[in-house]
Design a protein around this ligand. Structure first.
Ligand code: PMP
Length: 355
């Protein structure tokens, strides 16, 4: 065996740990140093590898957090039912947690979602209700249907990820402390996009407290979200307009998870889809990372924040999930063309658009 290989094997052996079941494997994800972007900007750019959670995304933490909270409050007892309205990662996280803890899982989702997601949720044992995709204002919206389904049923909870602050608290208790420890308290800037706001508010609040306000916390938005304009206008909520190909992020209101933390943010900006798509491909080419579009948007934003905070600054963002759940779109020339995004991929990266 080569000496280097022997050293590697030894290292692997000594760092292997055991954990207790699915829920024990949630969290404690690595913080990945993004070498190429760090060299480009002069900042130290890190991505928290949330795609390494056992259910494949950052939402495993929130799913476990809301279930644990309901158990601790006595709202959910053995044999109970967990109901949520979700089109993606939260549902997948909840389905895993429910199987691991013996609960029934009921998911309401818009019927416009991919068959792969519906199939995966069913394979994980969830009861899936794919309902017509109607606006939030309509009482038949999938979120309201989830709430109504749970109402009045014994030992049944609606986890309500947007406004249940046990979601942000899960990040305050785990993701935030992990980042603080992994950077040895040297984090200067944290930035990410929001869906529910749980990750941003939970991590942001923890880092602000630990750094005595020194760490800057920024929000990154996809097109069609109202949060950037809300923050930069000092609190004016505009009508939602436009859309984005990034799934799971963008928001039309101030959720309870964002809550008053929105006032503590140091800034916000929007990242166009062209830049996010290009970053999906660039991270594959330069770092060998296969990540989804919301993670790519976060990395674009981290790079810009690194330029703002200057050389030597330590910037952290979230790599929310892998590209596997979106590959039929992100790596399809036809799909990119249908979204007017074929020009986003530079010539030398087009070799990855193989579908
Ligand atoms: N990226 C992806 C792919 C997601 O599914 C989500 C959650 N909807 C987020 C980012 C945002 O996380 P949060 O809900 O904590 O704001």
């Amino acid at each position: 065996m080569y000496a280097a290989t022997r050293a590697f094997a030894r290292r692997r052996f000594f760092t292997t740990t055991t954990v207790d079941g699915f829920t024990g494997a949630v969290g404690n994800t690595p913080l990945i140093y993004l070498k190429h972007l760090s060299e480009k900007t002069g900042a130290r750019i890190f991505g928290k590898a949330e795609f390494q959670n056992p259910g494949g995304s950052v939402k495993d933490r929130a799913a476990l957090g809301v279930v644990r909270d309901a158990e601790e409050k006595g709202l959910l007892k053995p044999g109970g039912t967990v109901v949520e309205g979700t089109a993606g990662n939260t549902g997948i996280g909840l389905a895993h947690v429910c199987r691991a803890r013996g609960y029934k899982c009921v998911i309401f989702m818009p019927n416009t979602q991919s068959q792969e997601k519906i199939d995966l949720l069913r394979m994980l044992g969830a009861e899936v209700h794919a309902v017509p995709a109607v606006a939030y204002e309509n009482p038949a919206n999938y979120n309201h249907q989830a709430r109504d389904y749970a109402q009045g049923q014994s030992n049944t909870i609606w986890t309500n990820q947007f406004d249940n602050t046990a979601n942000a608290h899960a990040h305050y208790l785990s993701t935030g402390p992990e980042i603080w420890e992994q950077t040895q308290g040297s984090v200067d800037g944290f930035i990410c996009a929001t869906g529910t706001g749980g990750t941003l508010a939970g991590v942001g609040k923890y880092l602000k407290e630990k750094s005595a306000g020194k760490a800057q916390i920024w929000l990154a938005d996809p097109p069609g979200s109202v949060l950037t304009s809300y923050i930069n206008s000092g609190g004016k909520l505009i009508e939602r307009a436009g859309s984005s190909i990034t799934e799971g992020i963008g928001q039309g209101r101030i959720t309870d998870n964002l809550g008053t933390f929105v006032k503590d943010l140091d800034g916000a900006f929007t990242v166009p889809d062209e830049k996010s798509i290009e970053m999906v491909y660039e991270l594959l080419e330069t770092e060998g990372l296969y990540i989804g579009a919301s993670s790519a948007l976060n990395v674009v934003a981290a790079t810009e924040l690194g330029l703002k905070l200057g050389k030597g600054s330590t910037i952290v963002t979230i790599l929310c999930d892998g590209a596997y759940r979106y590959q039929s779109r992100l790596f399809s020339k036809k799909w990119l063309q249908s979204k007017g995004l074929e020009g986003a991929i530079p010539e030398h990266l087009q070799k990855y658009a193989v579908l």
